[in-house]
Design a binder for this molecule. Structure first.
Ligand SMILES: Nc1ncnc2c1ncn2[C@@H]1O[C@H](COP(=O)(O)OP(=O)(O)O)[C@@H](O)[C@H]1O
Ligand SMILES: [Mg+2]
Length: 499
């Protein structure tokens, strides 16, 4: 175990050993560095220690090199040298308890959410909508929420769009203007999302974040690994999806105050994607969630090439920093290096900016928070080797893990329960039927009219009355069927996701 007696996490060794204080882990962390400098290995070493402390972990596996955590590492000369030079006693190659998830359902339990759960804010970002279109999407959600109408998948959203578009005049007074143009734009964006596999992503059973809180029999925290090689081909889908998971955690967990260790650790790889071209309002919300989720006992780690990829307001909240080597070929890169160097408390023994460019693979500049929450002076240190495999595992190994998991039955069959699409269809059919009946009645009356000219006036009055009551009936039956479906009010959280 890389754990000192008091339960500290031994992370790296330089002139001094560097320990991560678990009670400070909810002050979040940053792992940065150029490609191939050791970020993923550092992430694994930290995740392994968390697991050993009994903390469940969530990790996104973008290159497939995280999946190896389900197998013990194999000896190589680099690791052997690390073990010797760092004086690691009782080093043992070992596997960790893992669960695999995959949005596409191929390399893990399928992960889905409903449109209603995701909410208008994240969906607007996912669809690349402009301000006007986002406003219309918000109206669509408000109408659906008010009707207590559950939008499960993309076809539900499409029928809801059509319904609101068709009845825009009726909704205008209460909800505001919904232009046919915006509806059309959203519908087109939905088609693009569908091409990217978004139809797989939205549906049921939706992921219950509580399933991440699992422990192996020996008490080690579960490694919940999201296999993302395919998802990552669609960076916006990837980043929105992870953000949704983070906001689910935020909404689900109660306030916890100061804990001796976090309840869960969340690793956000390729974190720069979250902030690329993100609207200001979204950035503010990310910043807010990162700040507030701290007191719920969540440790969030951002992994990216350069600290300057992350907005200052978020960066300022990341207490622990592991900075691997950066390269400086262009003036922009030089600027980025100065920026990265300046974020550390300087060590009188070396020039941070120069060392940053000299670091070997697996070596890093490290600063953590001490027991009082003060950032330590930056140390040049070697990160400890991971105990699990650094290679990726074969798909059939993953399949076996998935099949053996108690979550298999829960997630590995898609549901399509009655939702907005079906209900709106039903309503449309009902309306068509009622219209046909009304027309038939009118026809009958017409015939009557010809027969009984003198009763013409009375018959007319009756027909009007009948139509009015038919309309009233349709409205109330619609309300009933919506109400039946979900039967409770929808509350939306910080990101507009459903609570
Ligand atoms: N702490 C370490 N101990 C031993 N080997 C390491 C360490 N860090 C990195 N390496 C080696 O460097 C390679 C690249 O590291 P990786 O973490 O995948 O880089 P990055 O994620 O920054 O692209 C690894 O496959 C491994 O062989
Ligand atoms: Mg990597």
């Amino acid at each position: 175990m890389y754990l000192k007696e008091e339960g500290k996490i031994w992370l790296a060794t330089g002139d001094e050993k560097v320990y991560l204080e678990p009670s400070m882990a909810n002050r979040h962390g940053l792992i940065a560095g150029a490609t191939g400098t050791g970020k993923t290995v550092t992430l694994k070493v930290i995740a392994e220690s968390f697991s050993e402390l009994g903390i469940p972990v969530f990790l996104a596996d973008i290159k497939g090199d995280i999946s190896g955590m389900c197998e013990p590492g194999v000896e190589n000369k680099h690791i052997k040298r690390s073990i010797d030079t760092m004086g690691i006693e009782n080093f043992n190659y070992t596997s960790y308890p893992v669960r695999f998830f995959d949005v596409y359902g191929k390399l893990g339990h399928p992960v889905r959410t409903t449109i209603s759960d995701m909410g208008p804010e994240l969906l607007a970002r996912l669809l690349g909508l402009n301000d006007t279109q986002s406003g219309v999407l918000r109206i669509i959600f408000r109408i659906a929420d008010d009707k207590q109408l559950l939008l499960i998948d993309l076809k539900d959203l499409r029928s809801m769009l059509q319904h609101v578009g068709d009845n825009a005049a009726d909704y205008k007074l209460t909800y505001g203007n919904v232009s046919a143009q915006s509806i059309g734009a959203i519908q087109r964006a939905l088609l693009t999302l569908e091409d990217e596999g978004g139809d797989l992503f939205f549906g049921e059973p939706n992921l219950d974040i509580r399933d991440w809180f699992e422990w192996a029999e020996d008490g080690r925290g579960m490694m919940n690994i999201l296999e993302c090689q395919e998802l990552f081909q669609h960076p916006l889908l990837y980043s929105t999806f992870l953000l949704w998971m983070l906001s689910e955690l935020y909404e689900m967990l109660p306030e916890a105050g100061d804990l001796d260790k976090p309840k869960i650790a969340f690793f956000f790889d390729e974190a720069h994607l979250l902030f690329n071209n993100a609207p200001k309002a979204l950035l503010e919300k990310v910043e807010q969630v990162v700040r507030l989720i701290r007191s719920k006992g969540v440790s969030v780690w951002f992994i990216t090439q350069n600290p300057s990829d992350i907005p200052e307001s978020v960066l300022g909240q990341l207490g622990s920093r592991v900075q691997h080597a950066l390269r400086a070929y262009t003036p922009n890169e030089q600027k980025a290096i100065r920026y990265a160097a300046r974020s550390f408390r300087t060590n009188p023994n070396f020039d941070t900016e120069r060392v940053l460019q000299e670091l070997a693979v697996g070596e890093a500049l490290v600063s953590v928070l001490d027991i009082k929450g003060v950032p330590t002076i930056v140390e040049r240190a070697n990160i400890l080797p991971p105990k699990s495999s650094m290679a990726s595992v074969e798909p059939d190994v993953i399949s076996k893990v998935v099949a053996a998991s108690p979550l298999y039955v829960k997630y590995n069959s898609a549901l399509d329960r009655e939702s907005a699409y079906e209900l709106l269809n039903e309503q449309r059919e009902k309306e068509a039927k009622e219209k046909a009946e009304a027309e038939a009645a009118a026809q009958k009356e017409k015939e009557k009219k010809e027969k009984e000219k003198e009763k013409e006036k009375a018959a007319k009055k009756k027909a009007t009355k009948k139509r009015q009551s038919a309309l009233g009936k349709a409205a109330s039956s619609a309300a009933n069927s919506f109400g039946r479906e979900i039967g409770k009010s929808i509350f939306r959280g910080l990101f507009g996701t459903r609570r």
